[in-house]
Design a binder for this molecule. Structure first.
Ligand code: HEC
Length: 177
């Protein structure tokens, strides 16, 4: 019995050693900074910072790979989040989305953040800077809804599709940081 356990443990250890040779690809694809959502929509500074800190690792081509992504199977698991996340929503290629897609994505950003589904809990668990307060969540939601209206969609946009040169400032910005 004891001998069998030892064999199993040794086999497991062997597997753990072998899988370390299968490292994930940690290079970010090249991207055009002019297509980035922050460059395109120019959100208030603090919203831009929240997006960078809480979303960009999974939803952009600016992923930072921490040391534990070198340890398998942790790295595989994280790579899967990054692939899935950026497939659904990629802030680095925002400018290439159609207006309709932009609208849908902004709507989903507001929804996912409001409901607390994003950023993923497994992410905020290790990235304390990505843990959002209610106020921070609200500022992302307010911005996303505002951006939808500027695109000519969204709640209450119906009768006044805004033209490109119309300047609309969010009144939510006045509260502190
Ligand atoms: C740890 C990686 C990770 C982080 C960080 C993260 N997301 Fe996600 N996100 C995902 C994954 C994976 C999916 C797709 C699967 C799912 O919906 O759970 C997703 C899906 C989404 C979707 C749905 C897109 C669609 O079209 O279905 C939105 C919107 C979104 N995330 C917004 C955000 C925002 C905003 C932030 C930052 C506040 C954020 N996410 C942070 C991994 C992440």
């Amino acid at each position: 019995m004891k001998k069998r356990l030892k064999t199993v443990l040794l086999a497991l250890l062997g597997v753990l050693v072998v899988i370390q040779f299968f490292q994930i690809d940690k290079t970010n694809p090249p991207y055009d900074p002019a297509q980035d959502i922050i460059a395109q929509l120019q959100p208030p500074q603090r919203v831009a910072e929240l997006l960078k800190n809480a979303c960009y690792d999974c939803h952009s081509y600016e992923t930072k790979y921490p040391w534990y992504t070198y340890i398998q199977p942790v790295g595989w698991w994280i790579e899967n989040h990054i692939e899935e996340g950026s497939k659904h929503l990629n802030f680095s290629i925002w400018g290439t989305y159609t207006p309709k897609r932009k609208d849908r994505k902004l709507e989903e950003i507001a929804e996912e953040v409001k409901e607390g589904h994003m950023p993923l809990a497994s992410y905020t668990w290790v990235h304390s800077e990505a843990r959002l307060t209610d106020e921070q969540r609200q500022s992302i939601v307010t911005w996303a809804e505002e951006a939808r209206r500027r695109l000519g969609y969204g709640p209450a946009a119906g009768e006044e599709p805004l033209s490109g040169d119309e300047k609309e400032e969010s009144h939510e910005d006045e509260e502190g940081h």
